[in-house]
Design a protein around this ligand. Structure first.
Ligand code: FAD
Length: 435
């Protein structure tokens, strides 16, 4: 995505934002953003997380008539509960879907905060990923070299080099991977910024609307019923995250998305000690040998059949001073109660990388549900089994950072009728079936 392409829109948004004064830059979101309520829309999006909010924003920007329905508040599920990590290793020499979703989203984050004036606590901090053993170090030496040859921005640092830019790291570890094109932002502020921008561009964002049934109309389009209201639309977009399964059933479809519990913990606020987002290669190294997937289990989970198979780690220090970490990914249905034993494993893993964490008490914990597809790839595009039906989901453990571009790719497809060829990998036709 070039800066040139986005400039006319930036100018338009600036005009609108100037007219709104400080409202556009706040994270406060009114229950209804658009002036006029409407139960009829050309395009109706279900789900007010990052996937739905970005799709709504990019469609409304194209002048399309959009209604978004969210049963809770904007960002009340995974999009507001995540760690806030984003980005990847740049576009590479031959951009694929992953490059679009990571590097493309970084461009959208920059546009929203720097050009449009939303305070999302976004910064391209870079990520440092700890290497724990000599065996891992050798593996990642080759991996980093291969990625660099492909045009990706990634480096292998000695502990000494890494501690020069992140002083609290454990100097006893063999080394760190450094990805400068990764960063962080506040999940709630960011997702609400996208919904707000969608409203400013003309979309109707309606919260407190739990969709309970969907009926295709004989004349074309859909009737979408919530507990209180009937809506009608020509085109329907499912952006219901971990709830794509049950929402798909309303249409007689089987959408293979499984809710995976992710859980996190936070210290109390303290002065700045951690500058980058932080990870560990323990999990990616293990998954490179066996990703644990089978016909009903998505790849790259930390638990299988109730037992831990690997430790996973990601974290950062928030602008408010809390140091937050998480990592577990477990299939437990719709349970969102954190598991203290898993939190303790994660905390000791984090302390191996940043020793000061060993002495800091846990101030709070929380959990949310990530939308994992069974085959591990995103599900973004047209569902050919029904007319004018689209989905933006399956963003798994990375949908906060990748959701902005996922929404733009979906919006461009809906608006132009043409699928960007990079979306072949996310084509819903590969896995969405009749129930
Ligand atoms: C603990 C944790 C840490 C994470 N860390 C990161 C990270 O650092 N970086 C990253 O990129 N990603 C991270 N993720 C993953 C990321 O949060 C998700 O991939 C992403 O938020 C998914 O966005 P979404 O819009 O698809 O789903 P959601 O945010 O879940 O939004 C779906 C929305 O649909 C609504 N909905 C569902 N059913 C209905 C209905 N019937 N009617 C109306 N509305 C409905 C829900 O209320 C919800 O608001 C993490 C997730 C968790 C849980």
């Amino acid at each position: 995505m070039s800066d040139k392409k986005s400039k006319p829109n930036i100018i338009n948004r600036r005009r609108v934002i100037t007219g709104l004064g400080t409202l556009a830059a706040t994270s406060l979101l009114p229950q209804r953003l658009a002036a006029q309520a409407s139960n009829e829309a050309d395009i109706l999006i279900i789900g007010g997380g990052m996937a739905g909010a970005s799709t709504a924003f990019h469609l409304a920007e194209q002048g399309r008539d959009v209604v978004l329905l969210e049963r809770g508040e904007i960002a009340s599920e995974a999009s507001g509960q995540n760690m806030g990590g984003l980005g990847g290793s740049g576009w590479g020499n031959n951009p694929n879907l992953l490059s679009y979703l990571t590097a493309g989203s970084v461009e959208i984050f920059k546009r929203m905060q720097i050009d449009m004036g939303y305070d999302m606590e976004f910064r391209l901090s870079g990520t440092l990923t700890a290497i724990h053993t000599e065996e891992q170090y050798e593996y990642y030496q080759d991996d980093v070299a291969a990625q660099k040859a492909g045009g990706y921005e990634i480096d292998l640092l000695s502990s000494r080099e890494a501690r020069a830019i992140e002083p609290e790291l454990n100097g006893e570890l063999p080394g760190f991977m450094y990805r400068p094109q990764r960063g962080q932002a506040d999940p709630v502020k960011t997702t609400r910024a996208f919904a707000h921008a969608a409203g400013v561009a003309g979309a109707t964002i309606t919260t407190g609307q739990n969709v309970v049934s969907i009926t295709p109309l004989s004349a074309g389009g859909y009737s979408v019923r919530t507990e209180s209201t009937e809506y009608r639309c020509q085109t329907l977009v499912l952006a219901t995250g971990a709830w794509c399964g049950p929402v798909g059933e309303m249409l007689g479809l089987k959408i293979p998305i499984i809710p995976i519990r992710g859980q996190m913990w936070a210290t109390a606020s303290l002065p700045t000690r951690v500058l980058h987002t932080i990870g560990s290669t323990v999990s990616s190294f293990a998954w490179s040998r066996d990703n644990g997937a089978d016909a009903v289990t998505p790849p790259n989970l930390t638990h299988k059949n109730g037992r831990r198979t690997v430790r996973h780690l990601y974290g950062r220090q928030r602008k408010n001073g809390e140091i937050i970490f998480g990592g577990d990914r477990e299939s437990l249905g719709y349970i969102t109660t954190p598991d203290p034993a898993g939190i303790e494993v994660n905390r000791s893993h984090a302390a191996e990388v940043i020793p000061l964490l060993a002495s800091l008490p846990i101030a709070r914990t929380w959990a949310g549900l990530m939308p994992f597809s069974v085959d591990g790839s995103p599900i973004i595009g047209k569902i050919p089994l029904r007319d004018n039906l689209f989905i933006v989901s399956g963003l798994a453990s990375s949908g906060f950072g990748r959701g902005p571009m996922a929404g733009k790719l979906a919006a461009d497809y809906i608006h132009t009728g043409n699928m960007n060829p990079v979306m072949a990998e996310s084509d819903p036709a590969r896995c969405v079936t009749e129930a």
